[in-house]
Design a protein around this ligand. Structure first.
Ligand code: HEM
Length: 202
């Protein structure tokens, strides 16, 4: 994973791991029992992962629409941001699995397929976020995988936060609006990409 595109990866993953551990510890401390603690840990790790995901999701379009020092920095560190997201999401996975084991439950089939599929895609994206994988897959296939993955993750965040609007509209409006704003930015910043640019984004 050498090269300019990997700058900051180690530090980003280390910071993300500490933050994820704090989110899990916060959930366990706040829960009345172990199961509720792990449920809250799943909630807090998802909340921590969300802004990191958004940063990776909008980095390209933001830079295309309004290039500046901040957007350039984000674009240059997009691999680090993506892997930080994957690190936090690993804690989401551990939390939700532990919660289900303690509760002796299984997520409903649509959650297993759509949410579980998103977890698999996120793992594939993390595993291919290195120069060797970009070379092996080729820019086109790599780009397809990461584009589908980003949209799949966006969909699950949007469905989850959209579904929570009815219960606590004031609180979740911000999350749902962020999902919509991100997609508006992404569509507005869309333009024809060349394979070289896709490889650049890895
Ligand atoms: C099979 C896959 C998954 C399962 C079983 C699962 C399970 C859970 C559980 C148990 C919670 C805590 C529920 C609560 O707040 O009471 C949670 C929260 C959440 N999960 Fe997952 N999750 C899965 C995949 C995903 C994926 C792929 C995403 C996003 C791409 C995601 C995003 C969220 C969000 C946004 C929350 C709510 C956080 C909040 O309340 O602010 N989950 N999930």
């Amino acid at each position: 994973m050498s090269g300019a595109r990997s700058r900051g990866v180690g530090l980003a993953c280390a910071v993300a791991a500490v933050a994820a551990a704090a989110a899990v510890a916060g959930g366990l401390a706040a829960g009345d029992d172990a199961a509720e603690g792990w449920q809250l840990a799943a909630r807090y790790t998802a909340r921590l992962a969300f802004p990191i995901f958004l940063a990776a999701f909008v980095a390209g379009p933001w830079h295309r629409l309004r290039p500046g020092a901040a957007s350039r920095w984000l674009l240059r560190h997009r691999r680090a941001v993506g892997l930080a997201f994957a690190t936090v999401f690993a804690a989401h996975l551990v939390s939700l699995v532990t919660f289900n084991v303690l509760e002796r439950t299984l997520p409903v089939p649509p959650t297993l397929v759509v949410g579980g599929g998103a977890l698999v895609v996120a793992a594939l994206m993390a595993a291919t976020s290195n120069d060797a994988a970009v070379r092996r897959l080729g820019a086109k296939r790599w780009g397809r995988l990461h584009t589908v993955g980003m949209w799949w993750l966006w969909l699950v965040f949007t469905i989850t936060y959209g579904g929570r609007l009815a219960g606590s509209p004031d609180f979740f409006a911000l999350f749902a609006l962020a999902c919509v704003a991100a997609v508006v930015l992404r569509v507005a910043g869309r333009r024809r990409r060349t394979p070289a640019r896709l490889a650049d984004a890895a």
